[in-house]
Design a protein around this ligand. Sequence first.
Ligand code: PRE
Length: 330
Amino acid sequence: MSSTAQCTVHTERVAVRLGALTIGAGPAVVIGGPGADVHWISLRDRRGGVSSAESVAAARAWGAGPVLVEPSSEEDLPLIAERADGVVVGAAWMRASGLVRAVAGLGLPVLLHRHPSATLEEWLAIAGRCAAEGNDGVVLCESGGRAPLGAAAPDLALMRAARGRSGHPVLAGLGADPALASAAVAAGADGLLLDPSAGERDALAAREAVRIVGALTRRESPDSVVAAREAIDRVDAALAVLLERRAELAGTIQRLKPVGGFAGRDADRERRLVAEMARRAPVLGEARLAPIMNAVIEAGLHLAEEHRSAPRSRGADRGTETLGTEASRE
Ligand SMILES: O=C(O)C(=O)C[C@]1(C(=O)O)C=C[C@@H](O)C=C1
């Protein structure tokens, strides 16, 4: 490849269909762990006495949604062709060109891991070999090496470069630890890969990060009412987190101000914050934002006055943990 060709940036995105899901367009997905959109299993991790067919059947039973399978050898490929929705090429054998070619030849979507020592060029060349076999359905997965304490350390800059250079969807492999989930989605991951053994709480934290950060960073162009409602639900999830956080801060101000609550209302401050918001929401504009923010501010003031007359322990009425889960873990 000439150096000019190596610098080529593909603007054309290749979304990959996996069962009823699309990876690379629309919302980011979570693959692996409880409640995931997609499940995966490695037949290399199979315990003695359990057949490949039983292992794949067990993965199907983990939940609805597509199942990806990593073969332990070429012998598993007929079973995978028959019972799986996609194939995983593990980091340990991404360089086994014969097996990778046979995998690509199945015609199923391929999840291609990068070995920690493989360069971007080598990784993309293998994706190119799948394309040469007539298989364009490649999803690239970056897990990097191991950070201190054994956590996965995906190279997010490399993941992003892979997406820009190839157009293929990219995943960040996080092992069983959701600590980098928000960072990965913000860096452009089209999905997260978790270990099937990830715990309920960690899987939930990863799904929340995908939902909340994805709502802020991924532009969606839904083409049906159902898809647009699902996209609105994601934006509302982010709005709810921000509204709750805003109400807490407004409550702090009411406690600190010499005159708090409705009695200490500051119309000038309210006008300025609406004008500032309109810079980021020019389509809505000041005229439409003003009544929205009036309702938000009044809800915060009512809450602060309720708390003043009947103080509660901080956070006593908190519901599901969201992104706070990640922050509090650090
Ligand atoms: O900034 C303040 O002084 C507040 O009390 C906070 C706040 C708000 O919720 O943003 C609430 C009431 C005031 O009229 C202005 C702003």
